[in-house]
Design a protein around this ligand. Structure first.
Ligand code: HEC
Ligand code: HEC
Ligand code: HEC
Ligand code: HEC
Length: 375
């Protein structure tokens, strides 16, 4: 094992340069590029963006129109229906509006029958209904207990599903290619060398940055606090693993490293942008959701829907963000669906009367200008 982050970072630089080359070939953008300064002058803490491309992203990340509110008065769903375990506090009108909305968000082509035996709506015979019930709980939990990450913006089923029963950016543990013991691949493949994986933007980096960091809590920190190798026992392999995860972060949010870091000191929190702290909560939230919600459903999915190691599908940053620094550019759908904001179903008192949703304009799509940096 070779200690010393200096070497590790040198390597990161080399891989980064290659990566940049690839990105430029595949996603060449015509000028002019706009630049937003996000840190002190001279430290290159900037975000580059292209107005034309932003307009495309903005169109892809519009929230759908909400159905008109249903009256809160009247009989409760829990009293009228036979098998309502999570949403019982809603009126029958509110409950029906929500069923129609989730159908639009999750299974617009398949309709109610994606989750229901339409001859007996109370039956729990389809795995999709079991999964959905847990998804209701997960959505309420995110919005109520992870505001350090999702703020008041929060999430609905649409944030991840966008009209797809299976969200676009999910992951499974990747056991990698089978190695032959003495084979050529095994020398490098153990950490993903020489394997171009989409998860890390086709760089020669570990192809599964998810399992160690976003399911297990392997430490992401690798940088030493001395100039020369000495007390830092982290290996180059570990540095590559961190770099793989960081590439995934950048791609998931459509930002560069300096959106979160001052690149003269990646590990120094006091020189980083506030977004790094939000991202840190995001790492903990993602781990928590994978372990307490997605993994707890492993037995619900049919066996042919599980991963190569028999694991459940899982989520990560891109499941919500989908290439944008705030999912749906920070436009909240919770104002129209307060029942998803709190466990217990009703939760209508949650919303602050003076709160108005952001507009979703081109201004909204530009990365935030100059956030405060302590120091
Ligand atoms: C994405 C999955 C999904 C879709 C699509 C869906 N539902 Fe549901 N539905 C559920 C879940 C989950 C429950 C149970 C909620 C609970 O336990 O609180 C439920 C419960 C119900 C119930 C209560 C049945 C009873 O007697 O217990 C009715 C009625 C219902 N849905 C109607 C509909 C209608 C009508 C549609 C189509 C417009 C629809 N649902 C589409 C997931 C879905
Ligand atoms: C934070 C992201 C996220 C949110 C929010 C979310 N889901 Fe999911 N959902 C997932 C992931 C990840 C899966 C696993 C993918 C799979 O099934 O292969 C999933 C799977 C499902 C499935 C099973 C699809 C299948 O055929 O396998 C249904 C149905 C579903 N979700 C409904 C909902 C409903 C209803 C809501 C809102 C109450 C919701 N989801 C909110 C991420 C999310
Ligand atoms: C969305 C925010 C975000 C982006 C973008 C991002 N990082 Fe990070 N990075 C973090 C967070 C948060 C941590 C700290 C994780 C922890 O301490 O558990 C971190 C940690 C690191 C570390 C380890 C620092 C240490 O303490 O040893 C390095 C090195 C690093 N990032 C490099 C990069 C590089 C290179 C890029 C661009 C490819 C990048 N990061 C992009 C948020 C980000
Ligand atoms: C459950 C959905 C969800 C997941 C998963 C998720 N995020 Fe977020 N994230 C959000 C929402 C919603 C916001 C917007 C909060 C707001 O309005 O300020 C956000 C905001 C952020 C911001 C702040 C952006 C800014 O400019 O202020 C960063 C950085 C971020 N997320 C990074 C991450 C990273 C890194 C991961 C994966 C480790 C991640 N997120 C996973 C939903 C999610």
């Amino acid at each position: 094992m070779i200690p010393g982050m200096k070497l590790g970072l040198g390597l990161l630089g080399a891989v980064g340069a290659t990566l940049l080359g690839v990105a430029m070939i595949s996603e060449f953008q015509a000028p002019p590029l706009e630049v937003v300064q996000r840190g002190f002058r001279g430290v290159a803490m900037e975000v580059n963006y292209n107005e034309k491309q932003l307009a495309t992203y903005l169109a892809e990340n519009k929230v759908p129109a909400s159905l008109p509110q249903a009256p809160a008065a009247g009989a409760k769903a829990g009293a009228v229906y036979k098998n309502v375990q999570v949403l019982g506090d809603l009126s029958v009108g509110q409950f029906t509006r929500l069923m129609v909305s989730i159908t639009n968000w999750v299974s617009p082509k398949q309709g109610c029958a994606y989750c229901h035996n339409t001859a007996n709506m109370a039956e729990d015979n389809l795995y999709t209904k079991i999964v959905s019930r847990r998804m209701f709980q997960m959505t309420q939990y995110i919005n109520a207990d992870w505001q350090q990450h999702v703020q008041g913006t929060g999430v609905t089923c649409y944030t991840c599903h966008r009209g797809n029963p299976v969200p676009k950016n999910i992951w499974f543990t990747d056991p990698g290619p089978r190695t032959s013991g003495s084979g050529m691949i095994s020398a490098g493949a153990a950490t993903g060398q020489n394997l171009a994986a989409k998860s890390v933007n086709y760089a020669s980096l570990p192809y599964d940055p998810f399992t160690p960091f976003l399911e297990n809590d392997h430490s992401i920190r690798v940088q030493g606090d001395e100039a020369l190798p000495g007390s830092n026992r982290h290996s180059i392999k570990e540095a590559e693993w961190t770099f793989a995860l960081m590439n995934y972060f950048s791609n998931s949010l459509g930002v560069n490293c300096t959106y979160c870091h001052n690149s003269r000191a990646f590990s120094d929190w006091s020189q980083s942008s506030p977004a790094k702290v939000v991202a840190w909560h995001g790492i903990n939230m993602t781990r928590n959701l994978n372990n307490d919600y997605l993994k707890s459903l492993t037995n619900a999915w049919p066996a042919n829907r599980l991963g190569a190691t028999g694991d459940s599908p899982k989520l990560a940053c891109a499941t919500c963000h989908q290439g944008v620094y705030k999912p749906l550019y920070g436009v909240s759908m919770l104002k129209d669906f307060p029942e998803l904001a709190h466990p217990g179903g009703a939760g209508l008192a949650y919303l602050n009367a003076s709160w108005t949703p952001p507009g979703g304009s081109l201004e909204q799509a530009k990365p935030a200008d100059q956030p405060k940096i302590s120091q």
